[in-house]
Design a binder for this molecule. Sequence first.
Ligand code: HEM
Length: 225
Amino acid sequence: MKIPNLPISFVDSPARRAGSALRDDTTCHASRPHRSPGTRSVREVQIKGVINKGIQELVEQRFGADVWQRVKAAAGCDEPFFATSEDYPDESTVALVRAIAGVTEIPAETVQVEFGRFWVPHTGRAAYPSFYGLAGHTPREFLRNLDRIHRQVTRSLRNAVPPRFVCEETDADAMRIHYYSQRGLCRVLEGLILGVGDLFDQELRVREIGCVHQGDDHCTMEVEF
Ligand code: HEM
């Protein structure tokens, strides 16, 4: 499976430095063109509100409502709230992550990992309790089901562009997750995997062994249980 486009990225990648990914004029403005996925240009990819909602919850819980207001202002965001299944431009998420990094002086990559780690046991669990109930009883089972979960949960969501995952069983204590996405959110993915460990009170170790931002076809995470 090959995903050739990298329309957006949170990381300071070679692609970004070449000007194809993160731009300096990203803001949170949710001008939301509703076209079918097939007709969207790379600059118009939408992401579901459950992502931005998680960013808001993380900031409010860790830093308080005042800091969230400062983050929103810095991101040029005038959304009163984020609706879970509504479309928001990927750029809005990029703008928020950047604004958090600016306001809190935490590196943007750390913000992404922390966001992913927070999202799984908090925002995701609250938004999709039935999927969590079915996803498995161990971190390994949960991660094995990632692809199925994303296909099922986005089946009924208009304009969804879900990531794809292929799990490779490498060892009794380890597995590889191959991540295919137009977005290349590998730092967020790292945090999400750690968050799956947190869900089961287990500390996982995650190492990226292949990355689209280094020219690979897709990102590959090695997970040790
Ligand atoms: C039951 C749990 C989960 C549900 C219901 C869920 C659902 C979703 C939804 C609705 C989106 C937005 C898709 C779109 O806008 O097109 C998304 C994005 C994403 N999810 Fe999940 N998710 C879950 C758990 C996880 C976990 C555990 C991981 C990784 C370990 C993960 C990785 C991602 C990534 C990386 C994205 C960003 C989109 C992209 O890369 O293209 N998700 N998820």
